[in-house]
Design a protein around this ligand. Structure first.
Ligand SMILES: *[C@@H]1O[C@H](CO)[C@@H](O)[C@H](O)[C@H]1NC(C)=O
Ligand SMILES: *[C@@H]1O[C@H](CO)[C@@H](O)[C@H](O)[C@H]1NC(C)=O
Ligand SMILES: *[C@@H]1O[C@H](CO)[C@@H](O)[C@H](O)[C@H]1NC(C)=O
Ligand SMILES: *[C@@H]1O[C@H](CO)[C@@H](O)[C@H](O)[C@H]1NC(C)=O
Ligand SMILES: *[C@@H]1O[C@H](CO)[C@@H](O)[C@H](O)[C@H]1NC(C)=O
Ligand SMILES: [Cu+2]
Length: 570
């Protein structure tokens, strides 16, 4: 019966896909570049002030279906958007500004209709609400918070909390904001739906500030401190979001495809926007919120980037680059000094192949991201790029109490079409095997046996990459792993100790996601305790149910099912 139903669904989806594919796909060349101004998302304060003192902030943020204009010449697009109200909801959602040490409590409400905008696949491990609706759950990416607030994929809920997932416990999430200042983001994390829920617009930025540490840094501040949230989308001529809804193995998964790529590049909700800037320094917190597209950014006029932070927090010192690679979910926190610009405009470019690193090259259209129009006259500028930023404890590999091997596998049909991806050859539902002791650090060797670069994201923890080393006899290693699934034995027998690849300087700080290169062992120190200075004990029970997860941040992989539980022990 179920087989028959799946067959029927796949047939319907194939028909629907074929019809949409043939008739209505928008050529991105129809959208003139740099005609819309870059939107600045509304700001929401995550704390309150009472009698001059900061007290916890209590917010209610909803998810709404509405229409959103991605481009002047594109009809409005049906999206799912976060906002304080339907009228004020945006794509991306409002930027939440929190203060270190002051709780932010957020009640996330689902006001979405009974049907999803995009097709989703019932044959991958997925939320299945008994009474219809769109399952959602919010994860604060990079957050250090108790397990019940982590947006566990099985803690999903539908409109009015009519249906809830097996680990759902509370409509309100509590974010203690105890970690170092930095750049976080919130996004959907529902089981099997993350890729489609983000594609419809459920993304937003969250900035954690700590004036006691940051006010001494002479960095550009508001209004010269801006978030740039970048993602790729395809559209039909009627404005609707286009996703190829015919699986690459439709008899196994009618809809699921291993990687989504859109051909329009969107920044802060507009396709190829422009921003008028003063001839001075700006701070840009750049977030790659693509499902699968990597970006290798550079400026058309070779302006440099000064990296001051990455996805968790500040670097100890600024690092200058002329370009950098950003995986999905990675964040670059950079200063750009337009007063050095030899030209009056600069285009932010992208040169990453897709899939990265061995896919198609970008073309004239998707190699461009946005345009900066620079004033002729210099503006006064009190900001500087300081020699030193903020120092955190250096990673100390000697402190690690345990070593683990995490192996990335892709499973294919005999004709080499991907069917699913696993970590350590295990399904998400298999009992937790990564069970670190709260308050300790561990060494994780991440072994990538696939052809793709998988950005590995670990909830709660901070990680620091120690080295990335090539696997010398990759085929032998793969055969060994396929037979034994024993990374230690295969590692030793096959001498996975080829040449080292340098870790880019701007990626040597504390992070929460790192790109695992294909055919390499990436070794990282993973810290399951607060990042100091000061008391490193989590001020909440990190060992409580339902625990945390770690996963690949290519969303199409995460959904099927490159994700495993992470269950801390007392
Ligand atoms: C927010 O709620 C918490 C308790 O959940 C309370 O302590 C705090 O005072 C509230 N903040 C405001 C501004 O009402
Ligand atoms: C959609 O995906 C299917 C399966 O991978 C493929 O055969 C088809 O050509 C794709 N359609 C488009 C318009 O790319
Ligand atoms: C964004 O992330 C995706 C998915 O990991 C990646 O393929 C893409 O290259 C990233 N883009 C940038 C600019 O880093
Ligand atoms: C995983 O390995 C493949 C090739 O073996 C590579 O293309 C890909 O970039 C690797 N992933 C990461 C995250 O390094
Ligand atoms: C450290 O923080 C934890 C959690 O807030 C607290 O229980 C503990 O007493 C603190 N330890 C010290 C030495 O301040
Ligand atoms: Cu992946």
């Amino acid at each position: 019966m179920e087989k028959l139903l799946i067959l029927l669904i796949s047939l319907l989806m194939a028909m629907r896909g074929a019809w949409a594919d043939d008739n209505k796909l928008l050529s991105p060349s129809k959208l003139e570049m740099f005609v819309d101004d870059l939107p600045i998302m509304p700001k929401v304060q995550g704390f309150s002030v009472r009698d001059g003192a900061l007290v916890p902030g209590n917010l209610t943020i909803g998810m709404f279906q509405k229409l959103w204009k991605f481009h002047r010449d594109l009809p409005a697009t049906r999206v799912f958007a976060y906002g304080l109200s339907k009228e004020s909801a945006t794509v991306p959602g409002p930027t939440i500004e929190a203060r270190r040490g002051v709780h932010t409590h957020i009640t996330w409400e689902n006001h979405l209709p009974s049907r999803h905008i995009l097709p989703w696949d019932p044959t991958i491990p997925t939320a299945k609400p008994s009474s219809g609706g769109v399952p959602t759950v919010v994860h604060l990416h990079g957050g250090v918070h108790p397990p019940f607030s982590d947006g566990n994929s099985n803690s999903w809920f539908t409109s009015g909390f009519h249906s809830t997932g097996p680990t759902w416990s509370s409509p309100t999430s509590s974010y203690p904001n105890v970690q170092p200042p930095g750049n976080l983001w919130y996004h959907d994390h529902a089981m099997g739906l993350t890729r489609v829920n983000l594609l419809t617009g459920l993304i937003g930025a969250y900035i954690l500030r700590d004036p006691s540490l940051e006010s001494s840094l002479p960095l550009p501040s508001s209004p010269f401190d801006l978030n740039l949230i970048v993602f790729d989308r395809s559209f039909r001529t009627d404005g609707s979001i286009y996703m190829n809804s015919t699986g690459n193995n439709p008899s196994i998964h009618p809809e699921w495809q291993p990687e989504y790529f859109g051909d329009a590049i969107i920044v802060n909700g507009k396709a190829w926007p422009r921003l008028h800037v003063q001839r001075r320094r700006y701070r840009f917190r750049i977030l790659n919120a693509s499902n699968a597209r990597f970006f290798r950014f550079s400026f058309s006029n070779a302006l440099p980037f000064f990296h001051i932070g990455s996805d968790s927090t500040y670097l100890p010192k600024p690092v200058k680059t002329t370009g950098f690679l950003l995986a999905p979910s990675e964040i670059a926190d950079v200063i750009v000094d337009f007063s050095d610009s030899p030209t009056d405009s600069a285009i932010l470019l992208n040169h990453a192949k897709y899939p990265f690193p061995s896919g198609d090259p970008v073309d004239e259209i998707n190699s461009k991201v946005m345009k900066f129009v620079i004033e002729r006259q210099r503006s006064p500028d009190q900001s500087r790029i300081p020699r030193h930023l903020i120092r955190f404890p250096k990673p100390s590999p000697q402190s690690a109490v345990k070593t683990r091997y995490i192996t990335m596998y892709e499973y294919t049909t005999p004709s080499d079409e991907p069917t699913h991806l696993y970590l350590n050859g295990k399904a998400y539902e298999d009992p937790a095997t990564e069970t670190p002791k709260s308050g300790t650090s561990e060494i994780w060797h991440v072994i990538n046996l696939t052809d793709d670069n998988h950005p590995l994201h670990i909830h709660l923890a901070h990680l620091s990459v120690l080295e990335q080393r090539e696997i010398l006899e990759l085929e032998k290693f793969k055969d060994c792993m396929t037979k034994l699934n024993d990374a230690i034995k295969c590692h030793v027998d096959n001498h996975a100790v080829g040449k080292k690849d340098k870790v880019a300087k701007h990626e040597r700080g504390w992070k929460n996601v790192f790109k695992a290169q294909p055919g390499f062992v990436t070794t990282m120190l993973v810290r399951f305790k607060l990042l100091g200075p000061g008391n490193t004990t989590y001020p909440f029970d990190a060992t409580a149910e339902p625990g945390y997860v770690y996963h690949c941040h290519i969303l199409d992989h995460e959904d099927n099912a490159m994700m495993r539980p992470l269950k801390l022990q007392p």
